[in-house]
Design a protein around this ligand. Sequence first.
Ligand code: ATP
Ligand code: MG
Length: 375
Amino acid sequence: MTTIDSPPAQSHPDSEPTADASTQPARRKRMLTGDRPTGKLHLGHFVGSIENRIRLQQEYESFFIIADLHMLTTSNTRAAIDQVSANARDMVLDQLSAGIDPEHATFYLQSAIPEVSELNTLFQNLVTVPRLERVPSLKDMARAAGKDEMPYGLLGYPVLQAADILCVKGDVVPVGKDNHAHVEVTREIARRFNHLYGDVFPVPTLIESEITTLVGTDGQAKMSKSLGNSILLSDDAATVRKKVTSMYTDPNRVRADIPGTIEGNPVFVYHHAFNADRDEVADLEERYRAGRVGDVEVKTKLAAAINAFLEPMRERRAVYEAQSGLVDEIIVDGTERTRREVQTVVAEAKRAMGLTGTYNQLRRKAEQARKRRGA
Ligand code: ATP
Ligand code: MG
């Protein structure tokens, strides 16, 4: 009788020994979000994303991207690129002032991590051109940037964003309305990848803010860096007063004794978002509807409320600003730390796809050939 030894367990050429999952500590869930370094952050960024960053920063391991490669999709002149380091410093300072804790958060510069671009390349075949053409924000961005035709990179904006989110295996993504469709594309790419190559990526969850798009001071749908209709987190009290005084309100209300409309009126949208004195807001609303309050009073109270809201940020900013080089160190340390994480994740993705195995086989054969030649 012959006994057949069971064959030695074959390890897949791409696989590496893995520790028993049960002995591994549970991985802390991760948050990934960020901004393009096109200028200083404003109240729209705050309500759309930063508020949630602050709320979730202790619960999640947090990565905040400075998305300069994304900036290139609409703004790629040498002059714009030369502004990135100053804008990056401003953005990080804005977030620290707003209440992000540098002890817990990791800030990083996207372009300093080439493996993100590698992952972007791998993801490009997991989504179709018609799918990307249906993402509404891309056309808006092309239009806002004055482009008649869609640049290839801008069409791929959500794919690069998927690479950002998944390169650190992000679980939650707090972003404003214009980014919701991008997170949906990320979810599709993660599912598609996992289906084709095995479970590597989480399917991240969008964290929606209460106000998904904050209206601009001019009444345009979106407060935006580029439209000049924003109140910056770094504005001083006098600047806030000036901006609020010239804000767009109900255009039909030419006199204080004419009943006004609250709904969609930016002055009241902001009162709701930033005035902590709810009784004052209710009183102003009632009198506005009845035509018993002038714009001057509504705006004076709004400017005071926004200034009260920004005051703690100003105090924190002064503390951080006094520490020369601190923000640069935070960005550099964060970028190096993130790069190590990303290298691990991209290596895992390439192994799952079989790309690592392909090259390893070639290398082994080349090595053998070299030995045979006695080289
Ligand atoms: P802008 O359009 O003002 O130039 P941006 O859209 O380029 O700014 P991004 O870096 O693309 O800024 O966006 C950073 C984050 O802030 C995203 O999550 C975006 O949805 C959010 N955001 C930006 N503006 C607003 C707004 N007005 N209301 C709500 N969220 C916003
Ligand atoms: Mg944007």
